[in-house]
Ligand binder design. Structure first.
Ligand code: FES
Length: 157
C-alpha cells in the first residue's frame, strides 16, 4: 500500500533535517517517524524515505534489517523483545524467553490473534549490567525474574 508522510510529519522531517549535516544522516530518525505513523516499515515506506533523503533503497534496507527497533511487518500493540545475548543468557535470559513465549503462546516474530502482543528474540540491547532484560515497546525491564515477567504481562491485559 502506498505510503506518504502526513503533513504534520513532513513538518517534523523539515525540523529533523536541520539537525544533520547531510540528508543521509537523518535516515534513522526518519525511519522511526515512519514506523510511528505506519506501524511498521513496508517496502513503500522504504521507497518514500529513500526518495526524501536521496539515498538508494538498498541503503535504507540495510539499516532497516540491521536494527531490531525497525519492524518489517505489523507488530502487536505491546511488542516484547527479549535479549538472549551473552550477559542475559548467563543470567537466565533463556528462562525469561521461554517463559514469555509460553505466557503469550506465540513464537519468535509472531503476533497474537488479537494483535495485542508480539514477540521477538533479540541481540544485546545495551543493558548487560542489568541482565536479564527485555523491552516492551520503548520501555526496558531489567534484572528480571519470572514473577516480574508475569506481573508485566498482566499489567498489559
Ligand atoms: S546481553 Fe542482554 S542487554 Fe546486553
Amino acid at each position: 500500500m502506498e505510503f506518504t508522510f502526513t503533513q504534520q510529519n513532513l513538518e517534523k522531517i523539515d525540523q529533523i533535517l536541520k539537525k544533520y549535516p547531510t540528508k543521509k544522516a537523518a535516515l534513522m530518525p526518519l525511519l522511526w517517524l515512519a514506523q510511528e505513523q505506519n506501524g511498521f516499515i513496508s517496502g513503500e515506506v522504504m521507497k518514500s524515505v529513500a526518495s526524501i533523503l536521496e539515498v538508494s533503497l538498498e541503503e535504507v534496507l540495510g539499516v532497516v534489517t540491521f536494527y531490531t527497533m525497525y519492524h518489517q511487518h505489523e507488530m502487536g500493540k505491546y511488542h516484547f523483545q527479549v535479549c538472549t545475548n551473552v550477559s542475559c543468557l548467563l543470567r537466565g535470559g533463556y528462562d525469561i524467553w521461554n517463559h514469555v513465549r509460553s505466557k503469550l503462546k506465540i513464537e519468535n516474530g509472531q503476533v497474537t490473534s488479537d494483535k495485542k502482543f508480539s514477540l521477538e528474540e533479540v541481540e544485546c540491547m545495551g543493558s548487560c549490567g542489568s541482565a536479564p532484560m527485555m523491552a516492551v515497546n520503548e520501555d526496558y525491564y531489567e534484572n528480571l525474574s519470572l514473577d516480574q515477567v508475569d506481573q508485566i504481562i498482566e499489567s498489559f491485559k
